[in-house]
Ligand binder design. Sequence first.
Ligand SMILES: [Ca+2]
Length: 160
Amino acid sequence: MRKFSMCLGVFLGIMLLFSLSMAQLTTVVNANQDLPGLDTGIDLTSGDTFTITALGEASFGTGSIQACSTSERTVPDAQRITADGTLCPPKIDPSVVLPSAPVGTLIANIGSSGWFAVGSNFSATVSSSGRLFLLYNDVPGQYGNNSGTYQLTNVVIKQK
Ligand SMILES: [Ca+2]
């Protein structure tokens, strides 16, 4: 019995340590969510590491013709896919929230870090502190005609 109690104690201790050092959630980023983006409720501190994997398809609406089609959808890396499954190169637009990343890229902001590209698979050590926001990269004020979502399949935060 004592051995069992000890094992249980060790197990609970490990679980507590695990829950303190890592936070994990699954959530959805709507493509029609305009600035300031999706508030994940996660506050990060410089030195924390975080990993995000995402999938899904979304559309940035009209005006999307650029040697592709009028009904293409994007994935979190911003690769475009037409209704018949044809792949199109990403679309660059200098007016989007993060101009260095194509339209439809999943992007993030931490505190005052400024927006950066996340895409479908991202892992990094945080160099700024603050709330983690996520956003579909599109032109500010032009989110109303977007549709679809990106699903975050894995978000792991390791606090330093
Ligand atoms: Ca749009």
